[in-house]
Design a protein. Structure first.
Length: 623
C-alpha cells in the first residue's frame, strides 16, 4: 500500500522534468535560431534606431558580425548641419572591435561618396560650430575610394582619391587625403586645440602649410607659408577650389608672373582675440628674406577695415604685375631697369565706402617703347583719394632716345587718369634746340586711334636738317607748327600738319644739280624770309611734304625775290621711329626743278645803274 504513492510521485516528477526538458530544448532551438538570424534581427533593430536619430533616410544592408568584427554591404544617410545638408553613401564597410574593452579598432570603407550643399549661416552659428570639439571614436578610418562634392555659393568643389585617418595615443588626429596630383596632411591636436594642414605636390614638393593655434579659445592665431608661384598654380588647378573662383584666376596668365614669383615666399599671419569679430593680419611677399610687398590689415567688430601696404620691387617686375590693366598700346613696351616703391593707406568705416591714399614712385627707369628709349626716368603716381579713383601722373626724363642719333632732353609729363580717360595738362621735351609738346587734351585710352596734337616751338632748322642725315642740305633759322597725330598700336598717322618759319634763315643745297638751272643756283645759298610746309604721313610709311620757300640768292638775278613750291613724296617707313629720312629728297628736287626749269637766258636782266627802265618780275616760281 505504501509503494503506490511513491510510484505516483515518481511519475509526476518525471512528467515535470520532461516538460522542462522540452521547454529548455525549445528555448535552445529559439536561441540558436535567433543567433543564426542575429544579423537580420540586428539590422532591423539598427534601422529602427537610426530612424529615431538625427539622421534622415538611413539605410543599411548586408550586415554580418561576430565577437570581433562587423561588416556592412551598404550604408547611407542624410544629415542637416548648421552649414548645409550632407548626403553620405558608403559601400563595403568593415570594422573590428573589442567588446569587453568597448573599443573600435579600425574601420575600412571600400567606397564613400559625400555630397555637401554648403550654405553658410549667420556669424553666431558659424562661431558656435567652429568651437565644437571634434573626436574620433576609433583608432583608424581608411577609405580606399573617397569622392567628395561640395556645392558652394562660389561653385562646385570636389575631391576624388583615398583617405586615411588615425587617432594617436593622446587623441591627436592625423589624416591624409591623396589623389593623383596632391596629398593633403591634416594634424589636429587633442581637444581640437590646434590644427596644421600641409599640402604637397606629388611625387614631391611642398605647396603650402596652414597652421591654426588655440582653436578651442576665442583668441586664435592663423599662419600661412607658401611658395607664391606654387600656391597660385595650385589654386588655379586644384578641384578643391570652387569652380567660379578657380575660373577667375585661370583667366590670368600666370606665366607672366613666373620671373617675379618663382623665387618668392608668401607669409600671412592673422590674430584674433574674439573669434574673428576683430582681427589683425600681416602679409608679406619676400625673396631671400627681403620684403617685396607687405600689407598690414586690421578689422574691428563693426567690420571697419584699416590697411597699409608697402611695395619695393624692381621696375620690370612691377611693370609685369600691372601690365594687364594698362592700355593695349603698352603691350610691346619693355622695362630694362629701375626701382619701384609704393605705399597704400586704406580706411573703410562700417557700412561705408572705402577711403584712403596711394603713391607709387619709379626711379632710374629704363624703358623701351618701340624705337623710343628712356633712361634714368622718374615716374610718380599719386591717388589723393581712393574713393574718387583719380590718379595724378607725373614723369620726368633727362634724355629720351627717339631713334638713331636722335636724342631729346628734359621730358616732362603731367596728367590725370580717371575711368580710362587721360587728361593731359603737360607733355613736352627739348629737341632740335627748341621745344616739342603735346597740347593739353582729354584722351580716351580705350578707343583707337588716339588723337593728339604735337606742337613745335622755336625748333632750330640747322639741327633738324642735320638729323635727316643729308649732308648736301643745310640751313639756318627757326620753325614752329602743329602736327595732328593719330596713334595706334605700332603706327603713327600725321594728317595736314603745318610748319612755318618763325625767323628768316638760309637754305643751302650743294648736291649734284644742273648748274644752268636757276632753281639749283638759287638753292645753293637761298636767303629765305618765308617758309611754309604741309606735312602728311601715313602708317604704311608714305609721306607727302608740300614746301613753299620765298627768298632770294644775292648771286642769282641780282638778288631778286624767288619762290619755290616743292611737292615731295616718298616712303618714310621709319620717319619717327628711327629719326632718319628714307625718302630721296635730292632726287625729288632735281626732278621737280628740271620738269619746269626757269630759263636764265630768257629772263629779264636789270641794267646796271640807278635808272631802271622796267623792273624785273617780282616773283619767279620754280616747281
Amino acid at each position: 500500500m505504501t509503494l503506490q504513492p511513491t510510484l505516483n510521485a515518481l511519475k509526476q516528477r518525471g512528467s515535470w522534468l520532461g516538460r522542462v526538458a522540452v521547454k529548455l530544448l525549445a528555448m535552445t532551438l529559439f536561441c540558436l535560431a535567433v543567433w543564426w538570424q542575429r544579423a537580420v534581427l540586428l539590422e532591423l533593430i539598427l534601422q529602427q534606431a537610426l530612424k529615431n536619430s538625427a539622421l534622415r533616410s538611413p539605410s543599411l544592408t548586408g550586415l554580418s558580425f561576430d565577437y570581433k568584427q562587423a561588416k556592412l554591404a551598404e550604408f547611407s544617410f542624410d544629415i542637416a548641419t548648421p552649414a548645409g545638408d550632407l548626403k553620405v553613401a558608403m559601400q563595403e564597410v568593415a570594422t573590428d572591435y573589442d567588446i569587453e574593452k568597448r573599443i573600435i579598432h579600425n574601420v575600412s570603407i571600400g567606397h564613400a561618396a559625400l555630397k555637401f550643399n554648403y550654405r553658410p549661416t549667420d556669424q553666431a552659428a558659424t562661431q558656435t560650430s567652429a568651437n565644437t570639439l571634434i573626436s574620433l571614436p576609433l583608432n583608424r578610418l581608411s577609405i580606399a575610394k573617397l569622392e567628395v562634392d561640395i556645392d558652394t555659393p562660389w561653385g562646385l568643389s570636389g575631391f576624388s582619391g583615398q583617405a586615411d585617418i588615425q587617432r594617436g595615443p593622446t587623441d591627436a588626429i592625423d589624416a591624409t587625403f591623396q589623389d593623383a596630383r596632391q596629398a593633403l596632411h591634416l594634424n589636429i591636436d587633442p581637444g581640437f586645440s590646434a590644427a596644421k594642414l600641409r599640402v604637397e605636390r606629388l611625387p614631391s614638393g611642398n605647396i603650402f602649410e596652414l597652421a591654426v593655434q588655440q582653436l578651442d579659445r576665442p583668441a586664435k592665431q592663423i599662419s600661412l607659408h607658401a611658395g607664391a608661384l606654387g600656391l597660385i598654380e595650385w589654386f588655379n588647378s586644384s578641384l578643391l577650389i570652387p569652380q567660379t573662383l578657380r575660373a577667375k584666376t585661370q583667366a590670368y596668365d600666370v606665366s607672366k608672373l613666373s620671373p617675379l614669383l618663382s623665387a618668392t615666399q608668401l607669409s600671412i599671419n592673422t590674430k584674433t582675440a574674439d573669434n574673428f569679430a576683430t582681427l589683425h593680419a600681416e602679409a608679406a611677399l619676400t625673396r631671400h628674406k627681403q620684403a617685396l610687398i607687405a600689407v598690414d590689415l586690421s578689422m574691428s567688430d563693426k567690420h571697419a577695415i584699416d590697411a597699409t601696404g608697402r611695395l619695393d620691387i624692381a621696375a620690370a617686375e612691377g611693370f609685369d604685375l600691372i601690365k594687364p590693366w594698362l592700355p593695349a598700346i603698352t603691350a610691346s613696351w619693355t622695362v630694362a631697369g629701375g626701382a619701384m616703391q609704393g605705399n597704400l593707406q586704406l580706411h573703410k568705416p562700417s557700412k561705408q565706402d572705402a577711403s584712403g591714399t596711394a603713391q607709387l614712385t619709379v626711379t632710374d627707369l629704363a624703358l623701351t617703347a618701340g624705337a623710343a628709349k628712356v633712361e634714368n626716368a622718374k615716374i610718380e603716381l599719386n591717388i589723393p583719394e581712393l574713393a574718387n579713383r583719380s590718379v595724378d601722373l607725373s614723369a620726368e626724363a633727362p634724355t629720351l632716345g627717339l631713334g638713331k642719333d636722335l636724342i631729346a632732353h628734359n621730358l616732362s609729363i603731367k596728367a590725370n587718369y580717371l575711368d580710362q580717360e587721360l587728361t593731359l595738362s603737360q607733355a613736352k621735351l627739348a629737341l632740335f634746340g627748341g621745344t616739342m609738346e603735346l597740347k593739353p587734351d582729354k584722351i580716351r585710352l580705350a578707343q583707337t586711334p588716339i588723337l593728339l596734337t604735337l606742337g613745335l616751338h622755336d625748333v632750330d632748322l640747322a639741327q633738324l636738317l642735320m638729323s635727316l642725315h643729308y649732308p648736301n642740305i643745310s640751313g639756318t633759322g627757326k620753325i614752329a607748327g602743329e602736327l595732328p597725330l593719330q596713334l595706334a598700336a605700332g603706327a603713327i598717322d600725321v594728317q595736314d600738319g603745318s610748319i612755318s618759319g618763325t625767323q628768316p634763315g638760309v637754305l643751302r643745297y650743294v648736291g649734284p644739280a644742273d648748274n644752268q638751272n636757276i632753281a639749283f643756283k638759287a638753292l645753293k645759298n637761298l636767303v629765305y624770309r618765308n617758309l611754309q610746309a604741309k606735312v602728311n604721313y601715313r602708317p604704311n610709311g608714305d609721306y607727302h611734304l608740300g614746301l613753299r620757300l620765298e627768298g632770294n640768292n644775292p648771286e642769282v638775278l641780282s638778288g631778286h625775290p624767288l619762290a619755290f613750291n616743292l611737292n615731295i613724296s616718298g616712303q618714310l617707313p621709319e620717319l619717327l621711329q628711327k629719326g632718319i629720312l628714307a625718302g630721296d629728297l635730292e632726287r625729288t628736287i632735281l626732278e621737280q626743278a628740271i620738269a619746269k626749269p626757269t630759263n636764265a637766258e630768257n629772263s629779264p636782266k636789270p641794267p646796271s645803274g640807278d635808272q631802271l627802265p622796267k623792273p624785273p618780275p617780282a616773283d619767279r616760281r620754280t616747281q
